[in-house]
Design a binder for this molecule. Structure first.
Ligand code: SF4
Ligand code: SF4
Length: 354
């Protein structure tokens, strides 16, 4: 499995000899305040293992959990190095050698939460929903939004798969990802449009699956794209300003920045306020790539730091997974998932979400 890393030799070499130019951008390194978990530190350990200077052992596997896959490092890297791509292959080597942390593997294999609203949809049809790991309230909201946007009636993928399996890829189980994503792609055959609720699934179907030789025949969109400009009669339901956070895989991953902001502007009486770092440089909630499962305290610290520069305002993020994590991490601060908030504005008589 270490041969997997051969393909990344240029990226590894440029990182190892880099004066940590992306250190400031890495939310995990900033929160942990440790040089070993900077992008440079992760890549240096990968290099050490690859050339035999360090063992492929449990310590390496544990070190390589320190990443959310946020791609902030790539956004500032002069070499455009994709550190998570290299890291996931290093995780695969660790998993193949029996050195991956159990918590990371369990996260990778975790199923979707109970989603009765998804289970109630018929199989097949022209527009198919892929909910991913969001909660049932988000699925219910998405069904309402897509119906209001003229995309109904919705269907499930044939066979019932509700996620792409991208967590398997990020945990270092690429063969399992190929199988899971292939099953989903089979279940999407004949669709006219595929709508994902978790940006990670949309990114997997648009980028990772084609990179591995399989494509989905229909356009794949995130919910925010699918309803953009199609929701009439939205009612302002939030008094005052809100802080909008870019979800990493929606923004830097899919390039979706404006659509969720424009919709949000229609349902707040105040402004949609930006964090100090936003759009391509936006922060990270801390939940991604298994960090919340393997390093929960650190992941919570990353989340708190992401919303700290604009204190007090309610937070809105267009990822149900990010919203759930931020709610726990920031305990007490109002955090809204974009879908549930906007769905309430479809027919809301008044007032802010609890
Ligand atoms: S990702 Fe780019 S900026 Fe960051 S350590 Fe590697 S070479 Fe340097
Ligand atoms: S992807 Fe994000 S968390 Fe991972 S090394 Fe890069 S900046 Fe750090």
């Amino acid at each position: 499995m270490l041969r997997l890393l051969d393909a990344h030799r240029h990226a590894i070499d440029t990182c190892v000899f880099c004066p940590k130019l992306c250190r400031f951008a890495c939310p995990v390194a900033e929160a942990a305040a440790r040089e070993t978990v900077t992008p440079w530190g992760l890549m240096t350990r990968i290099d050490d293992v690859h050339v035999g200077r360090a063992p492929l052992d449990a310590a390496s596997g544990a070190l390589w959990t320190h990443c959310t896959g946020c791609h902030r490092c790539q956004a500032v890297c002069k070499h455009d190095n994709d550190v998570p791509e290299v890291l996931y292959d290093a995780r695969a080597a660790a998993a193949a050698g029996g050195h991956a942390p159990e918590a990371l593997l369990a996260w990778g294999r975790s199923g979707t939460p109970p989603q009765p609203a998804f289970d109630a949809l018929p199989e097949g049809g022209p527009v198919r929903l892929v909910p991913g790991h969001v909660d049932d309230a988000t699925v219910q909201a998405a069904v309402r939004l897509l119906d209001a946007a003229g995309h109904g009636p919705l269907g499930r993928p044939i066979g019932g798969a509700g996620a792409s399996g991208v967590r398997l890829l990020e945990a270092g189980l690429p063969e399992a990802f190929d199988a899971a994503a292939g099953r989903l792609a089979d279940g999407l055959e004949g669709a006219r449009l595929v709508v994902c609720l978790d940006p990670a699934d949309a990114l997997a179907l648009r980028r990772d699956l084609p990179a591995r030789g399989r494509t989905v025949g229909a356009p794949v969109q995130h919910l925010t794209e699918a309803v953009a400009g199609r929701l009439a009669n939205l009612t302002p339901i939030v008094e005052g300003d809100v802080l909008y956070l870019d979800a990493c895989r929606l923004g830097r991953g899919l390039g979706v920045y404006d659509a969720p902001r424009r919709t949000l502007e229609a349902i707040v009486t105040g402004r949609v306020v930006e964090a100090v770092m936003h759009h391509a440089e936006g922060g990270c909630c801390g939940a991604g790539a298994g960090l919340a499962a393997t390093q929960p305290a650190l992941a919570a610290q990353v989340g708190r730091e992401a919303v700290a520069d604009v204190p007090g305002l309610p937070v809105v993020v267009a990822s149900g997974v990010c919203a759930s994590h931020l709610r726990v991490a920031t305990a007490g601060r109002a955090v809204h998932g974009w879908a549930t908030l906007v769905a309430r504005a479809l027919s809301a008589p008044s007032q802010e979400e609890e």
